[in-house]
Design a binder for this molecule. Structure first.
Ligand code: CP
Length: 290
């Protein structure tokens, strides 16, 4: 899946390659069990450059890398000479001098990981850039549905702040590419209507949520000036069969009512998504040795 620039976007993914990647992880080919393939990674040095908070993405990359023998430099933006006024470009050009092999970058500015690649010429794994993309989340989501669907094409409905959601942008592209049918709810402000048009997906009335195989809840991006538009999802809206996805963090009471915690575990895919995103990151780090 990686290119010489790393993994900046899901845009270049072809369905055939996506399916091959997901099949490989599902069959255990992308996990640490292929220890022979992780040997080449023992000398690699990666940089964790997270300029926004993260639990799942940062720590899963770090944990996966440790399993593979990768050493990490953990950039803490508040400790860097950025605080003295140094530019980001000079910061990254200096860091690249220290035997670094690749970067994992999260930033509030869309396309910032692309700039890090341009400045350093090193592979960059995009760990979330502004409102633009979150490729490894999308691959973890795709893996979750690959395991669930077993070849069936699913009806998936997104609920929430899609316009400002990098998760929505990457996951919708990947899941559409894999042949799933995607809809989005927009009943309050009309923002998602333009989004649906741009992404060539359908609009769905909220009262039909229970007819979907999957309801994918999107966090309100308050750090990007979003205000609540939709009521929190309720258990009854999921009906008797719809399964639930959410990239996390889940803000209980805001996008989902707390009663959702009572959803049967086999219908709540949230932790499975996090586990699969870890497996995806492990597989991508293994690819770095090629
Ligand atoms: N889903 C996700 O990116 O979570 P974190 O912000 O905790 O990394």
């Amino acid at each position: 899946m990686l290119t010489p620039s790393g993994l900046l976007s899901v845009a270049p993914f072809e369905r055939k390659n996506l399916e091959k990647f997901l099949r490989s992880i599902s069959s255990g080919g992308g996990t640490k069990s292929s220890s022979k393939s992780s040997q080449g990674l023992s000398q690699k040095l990666g940089v964790l450059g997270f300029f926004e908070p993260s639990t799942r993405t940062k720590l899963s990359f770090e944990a996966a890398g440790r399993q593979l023998g990768i050493s990490w430099l953990d950039l803490r933006p508040e400790d860097l000479s950025l605080q003295k006024g140094e530019s980001l470009e000079d910061t990254f050009k200096n860091i690249a001098l220290y035997g670094v092999n690749f970067f994992v970058i999260r930033h509030s500015a869309s396309y910032f990981p692309h700039w890090v690649h341009r400045w350093t010429q090193l592979p960059v794994l995009n760990a979330g850039d502004g409102t633009n993309e979150h490729p490894t989340q999308a691959l973890g989501d795709a893996l979750t549905l690959y395991q669930l669907a077993k070849g069936k094409k699913l009806e998936i409905c997104f609920l929430g702040d899609a316009c400002r959601s990098r998760v929505a942008k990457s996951s919708i592209r990947v899941l559409k590419n894999l042949g799933h049918r995607i809809s989005i709810v927009d009943e309050s402000r009309g923002e998602n209507r333009a989004f649906a048009k741009a992404f060539e997906i359908s609009l769905a009335p909220r009262k039909k949520l229970s007819s979907f195989d999957i309801v994918y809840c999107l966090r309100l991006q308050k750090e990007r000036w979003a205000q609540a538009a939709e009521e929190p999802l309720s258990l009854s809206e999921l009906g008797k069969t719809s399964k639930l996805m959410d990239a996390g963090p889940v803000i209980w009471g805001e996008t989902m009512q707390r009663e959702i915690q009572n959803l049967a575990p086999e219908r709540n895919l949230i932790l499975k998504q996090a586990e699969n995103a870890f497996l995806v990151r492990l597989a991508l780090l293994q690819e770095l040795q090629k």
